[in-house]
Design a protein around this ligand. Structure first.
Ligand SMILES: [Zn+2]
Length: 320
């Protein structure tokens, strides 16, 4: 018996060693089940906007994988063991620390030196007071806790100007990781910066003169957009999966009336129930404003942002 026990313990040790080795240099093959990718670097993107940006800069030189499937809310995403292994085997993982705790953990444990945290590439905005208050509440009420391990607002992709800053830094990182194509990454990054700059200009002009500047949103995803274009965001909830308290809804209704809000914004992946109740109460309509936390059903980041601009201009009564 002791012999058998030792045998199994040795076997277990061997498996452990093999697993550890797979997380190191040999992992690229296991992480790319297709195998057809050949020697191309693999970059894992945490969710849609980062996937879009990575693809713009990566071109044909990188295989881009995404952790959040289309139609899935990225907040509180859970990863499969294969996805965690994919993070370990990838050349780089592009993510936003604090948005998806499971991704933070996978990067920390499997490739901290290969993580590209987009939040570290820009000047972040602090998390709002509501966010902190509701985060605590949600943790008690909901099975899936919406934990914020960071003190900043993670939704930075909704400011095209900041997102352009991420593009430049990501281009530099890809160039360093794959020097053979360095010039291509830098050129494509510059192209993305130009496209995002044009989008920024359209927002600046389109939202310059409006009859109200308050936006009531389903969840507080638009802080950066509001900051950039001088709008005032009133989020009904911070957690897309959490229902706001009646007190919070009453508070938002009061603000919406005072600010003469005509539209309560909803989003595709979140229940519209509370927004509809609120809209009826204040005599407003509802319209979809896409926080782009998942791939839009048609088009891409740029076209969905332009759709958001059109929606905002109508709702806020913007001229020119
Ligand atoms: Zn969000």
């Amino acid at each position: 018996m002791p012999y058998k026990a030792r045998f199994f313990s040795l076997l277990a040790g061997g498996v452990l060693l093999a697993t550890t080795a797979a997380c190191g240099s040999g992992a690229a093959q296991t992480a790319a089940p297709g195998g057809a990718a050949g020697d191309k670097p693999t970059v894992v993107a945490a969710f849609y906007p980062l996937q879009w940006l990575t693809e713009q800069i990566a071109g044909q030189d990188v295989t881009v994988q995404t952790l959040t499937a289309p139609g899935v809310e990225p907040h509180d995403l859970e990863l499969t063991p294969q996805q965690v292994a994919g993070v370990g085997g990838a050349t780089m993982t592009v993510y936003i620390k604090g948005l998806q705790p499971a991704v933070d953990e996978a990067v920390e444990q499997n490739g901290a030196d290969k993580g590209f945290d987009a939040a570290a590439a820009v000047q972040t905005l602090p998390a709002t007071a509501e966010e902190e208050a509701e985060g605590g509440e949600a943790a008690h009420e909901h099975e899936h806790e919406h934990e914020h391990e960071v003190s900043y607002d993670p939704h930075l992709w909704l400011d095209p100007n900041r997102f352009a800053g991420v593009a430049t830094k990501l281009g530099e990182r890809l160039a360093a990781a794959d020097p053979a194509h360095a010039q291509d990454y830098k050129e494509r990054a510059a192209k993305a910066v130009t496209a995002l700059g044009a989008l920024d200009q359209e927002f600046t002009k389109g939202l310059a003169t409006c009859s109200t500047r308050s936006i009531v949103t389903a969840h507080e995803a638009f802080g950066y957009l509001a900051d950039r274009y001088k709008l005032k965001q009133v989020g009904i909830s911070i957690d897309p999966e959490a229902e706001p308290s009646p007190a919070r809804v009453a508070e938002v209704a009061k603000v919406a009336k005072a600010e003469k809000v005509t539209t309560i914004f909803t989003e595709a992946l979140v229940s519209t129930k509370v927004a509809e109740v609120l809209a009826t109460e204040v005599g407003a309509k509802t319209a979809v404003l896409d926080p782009m936390e998942s791939q839009p059903s048609g088009g891409d980041y740029l076209s969905a942002m332009r759709g958001n601009l059109t929606t905002l201009r109508t709702a806020l009564g913007c001229t020119a």
